[in-house]
Design a protein around this ligand. Structure first.
Ligand SMILES: CC(C)(COP(=O)(O)OP(=O)(O)OC[C@H]1O[C@@H](n2cnc3c(N)ncnc32)[C@H](O)[C@@H]1OP(=O)(O)O)[C@@H](O)C(=O)NCCC(=O)NCCS
Length: 185
């Protein structure tokens, strides 16, 4: 378990399938992620789950105070030698705007840089997802560019913004001793 200030992250388990199904099969999340997808069946979800639940770093986010499930975070190493990978986060609606995303992202970042020796973390965010852009920028990530008009959503083309953080920047910028000290044992 990875413990932050307001949240803890525990590894995804087989019995999280219903929760994951509710997140994945949800047009609101698809909109924020810039995905145009048909709803998926429970069978498809089961198939994904059996194949993927043990791979990569996959976590359910819990709030410390209430012990309620607040969302999901994942990290996938995309290049072992270059030590880089892709991070994703989604919170249920009731959990948003309460710094849970900030705490989850900082906790995960600390784990990946301090413990797992990743060197570059990156993510893609569709241009209208202001909450997600604000979250990553607040946590010290840099906008590196945009794939222009890369995603068609609701009658318009949108840019897909690339954000990243490098280990050196994290160590240099992170002024929060709490997160820096996590996983140093
Ligand atoms: C994106 C998301 C993870 C952010 O998590 P969160 O817990 O709501 O964010 P926080 O409360 O930690 O806020 C982080 C910063 O973003 C800002 N922010 C939060 N919601 C915002 C919104 N709707 N519009 C603009 N800024 C917003 C906050 O003001 C805060 O900055 P501040 O402390 O300087 O004021 C969450 O909104 C979410 O899960 N959204 C739906 C799924 C999604 O978009 N996932 C990301 C796909 S790339």
């Amino acid at each position: 378990m990875l413990k932050g200030k307001k949240i803890y992250l525990r590894a995804l388990e087989m019995n999280d399938m219903d929760f994951m199904f509710s997140l994945v099969n949800n047009q609101e999340f698809a909109y924020w992620e810039g995905k145009n997808e048909f709803p998926i069946s429970l069978k498809q979800q089961q198939h994904w789950f059996e194949k993927n639940y043990k791979t990569g770093y996959r976590f359910i986010i819990y709030e410390n105070d209430t012990n309620e499930k607040m969302g999901y975070m994942s990290f996938k190493v995309t290049d072992d030698i270059s030590r880089k990978g892709l991070i994703a986060i989604k919170l249920v609606e009731a959990a948003r705007g309460k710094n849970i995303g900030t705490d989850g992202l900082k906790t995960m970042t600390s784990f990946l840089f301090n413990k797992m020796n990743l060197n570059r973390l990156y993510t893609h965010i569709i241009d209208y997802n202001k909450a997600s852009l604000a979250l990553f920028e607040k946590c010290g990530w840099t906008i590196e560019g945009a794939e222009r008009q890369s995603i068609y959503m609701n009658d318009a083309y949108h840019d897909n913004i690339l954000l990243a953080m490098i280990k050196q920047e994290y160590i240099g910028k992170e002024d929060d001793d709490f997160y820096l000290s996590l996983f140093k044992f």
